[in-house]
Design a protein around this ligand. Structure first.
Ligand code: PDD
Length: 286
């Protein structure tokens, strides 16, 4: 049975969900997206995703077709209609279709709003037990990475280069300074035991402000583990005790190898393990 998708006001079987070839999302990547996790049939940290959606569309002067509260309600309805327990809701809004391919904004924008779901197992993820491998690649993206734009070609190429070497994520860097993962936030852990400290880049136009990052750092502050919000280099990551990534599709995912170098002896470390447990407990609380 086909999953149910949402397209411009209607719930339809996903294999019948279509948009125009003149849609500006297709022609110009003139659109914004969000990915929200679903756990136990409920959206995780969705208020943070809706706040980031409003900010992203505001930065590109794209009107939402509906108030965010109604969009969030439609997301919940999509989860119910698909009987989704564990997976994600993908949402995309674009500046709609126009009669001609004209670069400036059309006079009367009719935004396109689409949503679909994907099912997968977060909790039973075998990668969470072994950790993932990462490849570093030069970050060739545009200058407004804080906007969750659908223009993802640089990330497609980065993640393809990683996948070609058997890696599950790319860590993008500028001249050796890590920006973020291809579709995740990057972290390292320095020191051990009571002197362990978590390092992750501060939010700026250089990276996407991760919703999982936001929620996780609140949890970290409660644990008392030291936190440094600053940039770090690929070299510093090679020498770290632990490394991990966060995203709506990974929660907290340990990284045990970067560019073929084992991190923390190639084993999942205690900080990443604990943070994953803390985040999952937070996500389940709803
Ligand atoms: N990506 N940085 C980038 C470049 C991302 O694409 C993502 C998420 C993140 C983490 O953000 P969050 O914690 O809000 O998911 C950081 C989504 C999952 C994707 O493109 O599939």
């Amino acid at each position: 049975m086909s999953a149910i998708a949402y397209v411009n006001g209607q719930f339809v079987p996903q294999d019948q969900a279509t948009i125009s070839i003149m849609d500006r999302g297709f022609l110009f990547a003139d659109g914004i997206y969000e990915v929200s996790a679903v756990l136990d049939g409920k959206l995780v940290d969705n208020d943070l995703h809706m706040a980031r959606l409003e900010r992203s569309v505001g930065e590109i002067e794209l009107p939402l077709p509906l108030p965010v509260a109604e969009i969030a309600e439609l997301m919940r309805e999509l989860v119910v209609r698909n009987r989704l327990q564990e997976g994600l809701v993908y949402l995309q809004v674009t500046r709609g279709a126009d009669a001609t391919r004209s670069f400036p904004f059309p006079a009367n924008v009719k935004p396109t709003l689409v949503m679909f779901i994907d099912q997968f197992d977060f909790l039973a993820s075998p990668k969470a037990k072994t950790g993932i491998k990462v490849k570093s690649v030069e970050d060739i993206r545009w200058a407004r990475r804080d906007i969750k734009s659908v223009a993802l070609l640089a990330q497609v190429l980065a993640k393809q280069a990683a996948a070609a070497e058997g890696c599950h994520e790319a860590w993008m860097h500028e001249g050796g300074i890590v920006t973020e993962g291809g579709s995740s936030t990057a972290y390292i852990v320095k020191g051990e035991g009571a002197s362990a400290r978590i390092v992750t880049r501060e939010n700026s136009r250089k990276i996407l402000p991760g919703c999982t990052r936001h929620a996780l750092l609140d949890l970290v502050r409660e644990t008392g583990i030291e936190l440094e919000e600053r940039a770090f280099t690929v070299e510093e990551a090679y020498a770290a005790k632990e490394a991990f990534v966060t995203s709506a599709t990974n929660f907290v995912m340990p990284v045990t190898e970067i560019d073929g170098r084992k991190i923390g002896g190639g084993q999942v470390g205690p900080v990443a393990r604990r943070l994953r447990e803390l985040y999952i407990a937070h996500a389940r609380k709803g």
